[in-house]
Design a protein around this ligand. Structure first.
Ligand code: FE2
Ligand code: FE2
Length: 271
């Protein structure tokens, strides 16, 4: 950003209340944990099974695939939160984003260690890379905070709960429980900041945001319904669940947008 523009932004932001965002900075520092706190060596990395070698191999590939997608998501989250840190004009928001960058980096570190213990990387989700690209290339801070923190950080939480439920007594379960808390903070901070940003935003910024959401939704649906080869055998079974969760995510997104005073009646639902 040019210096002059930055000064203008500072002027615009002067007087707006960022105490809500600052509260999340304090909260995030208190909630910080370390990768060494996970039960490495005491619990298996991912669920273990009994059965034929084929069944064991198939299960192992399934969990490798689950861990790979989360590693991919957190690697992208480091990039996105770093960008938020560098472009946010407000001091309080910048302070807060230092903790979010640190959180996403720690999540990546944990997934990297877990994937090594679980047998190595699997196939990447091509749609997730494209979704992240859209957020990184979005034109305004308001769009980025909305897509990343208001929408994505919120919908990942039930995913972590689902993975934790199906991986009891593992390092994976422990990690998912920690991520539920961290991403709850990321979402809360994003809601608080987006409120402040939208208060000072004109009609144009808001309609740009709705357009950005519209562009993202078809890609988001492809991501939500994508199945890697390692999980194709559960795909048919899971398709209905995937569609149900996708619909819930979209409804949740509309509720969140409405609660921020955004008019999303023009948004075209992909499902
Ligand atoms: Fe994360
Ligand atoms: Fe996050």
């Amino acid at each position: 950003m040019e210096l002059e523009e930055r000064a203008k932004t500072d002027e615009q932001t002067h007087g707006r209340s960022l105490s809500g965002v600052h509260r999340y900075y304090e909260l995030a520092k208190r909630a910080e944990w370390q990768v060494r706190d996970l039960p490495w060596g005491d619990l298996p990395p991912v669920p273990e099974y009994k059965g034929s070698p084929q069944k064991l191999a198939r299960r192992r590939d399934l969990w490798r695939s689950v861990v790979t997608q989360q590693l991919q998501a957190d690697e992208l989250a480091v990039e996105m939160s770093t960008q938020l840190f560098s472009i946010a004009p407000d001091r309080e928001a910048k302070l807060y984003y230092t903790t979010m960058v640190q959180d996403e980096a720690r999540h990546t570190e944990a997934w990297l260690k877990l994937i090594a213990e679980a047998g190595g990387m699997a196939e990447r989700d091509p749609y997730l890379d494209r979704l992240a690209r859209q957020v990184l290339d979005a034109g305004t801070l308001e769009e980025k905070v909305f897509l990343m923190q208001v929408f994505y950080e919120r919908l990942i939480i039930p995913r972590f709960r689902m993975i934790a439920r199906s991986s009891r007594g593992t390092v994976l379960e422990d990690l998912c429980n920690r991520l539920t808390i961290d991403d709850g903070i990321h979402h809360g901070a994003g809601m608080a900041y987006e409120r402040v940003l939208l208060e000072g935003a004109g009609k144009k910024v808001k309609s740009q945001l709705v357009d950005a959401a519209n562009r993202l939704l078809p890609l988001f649906a492809q991501h939500a319904l994508w199945r890697p080869k390692a999980r194709e055998f559960v795909g048919a079974l899971m398709r209905e669940t995937d569609i149900r969760m996708l619909k819930e995510d979209l409804e949740q997104g509309v509720r969140l947008a409405n609660s921020l005073g955004l008019d999303v009646s023009d948004v075209v639902m992909p499902y």
